[in-house]
Design a protein around this ligand. Sequence first.
Ligand SMILES: Cc1cc2nc3c(=O)[nH]c(=O)nc-3n(C[C@H](O)[C@H](O)[C@H](O)COP(=O)(O)OP(=O)(O)OC[C@H]3O[C@@H](n4cnc5c(N)ncnc54)[C@H](O)[C@@H]3O)c2cc1C
Length: 154
Amino acid sequence: MRAARMPRSLDVVIVGAGFAGMYMLHRLRGLHMSTRVFEAGSDVGGTWYWNRYPGARCDVESMQYSYSFSPEMQQEWQWRELVASQPEILRYANHVADRLGLRRDIQFATTVHRQVAVANTIPESVPGGESRLFPFRLGATVPPEVRLQERSRD
Ligand SMILES: Cc1cc2nc3c(=O)[nH]c(=O)nc-3n(C[C@H](O)[C@H](O)[C@H](O)COP(=O)(O)OP(=O)(O)OC[C@H]3O[C@@H](n4cnc5c(N)ncnc54)[C@H](O)[C@@H]3O)c2cc1C
């Protein structure tokens, strides 16, 4: 457990660094909210990080599978295939993460094991894992306790 990287307090916790989590991190940064993404995998991409079987690709035109919030970013990425394959989509996810500097707020190889609704409590340690109290987890309406377990490096 690399405690130095663990924040003591955050506005929002995001679970997962797939396309949704990456976008949410970008949006919340824009709202000046302190945010941390916890991702079980070792890098961004979600579905496209995990599913690398031969022939995996999206089923819509690549352009439709791009983030549309930044016309500038849309212009600078050239899709090589009309319907992109998994490796190309993963490269795109990595490009977006690099371009927006997302990784500095993402903790990889860390699985959120549970969230428990608690109120007026202080952070506590859990043997074999780590617990933190955060005001918001996306989708939660009450202050959650989030238990984290970082796996050993590959
Ligand atoms: C072959 C294939 C083709 C597809 N084609 C299309 C398409 O053409 N168009 C389309 O719209 N969609 C398509 N999809 C669906 C695709 O899953 C979504 O488009 C999108 O990538 C989902 O993004 P997401 O961020 O919501 O979730 P995901 O990509 O699933 O990311 C979730 C992330 O959360 C992490 N995570 C989950 N639980 C925890 C936890 N407890 N702790 C820490 N981390 C956690 C996971 O490791 C994962 O990285 C396709 C999917 C596949 C497999």
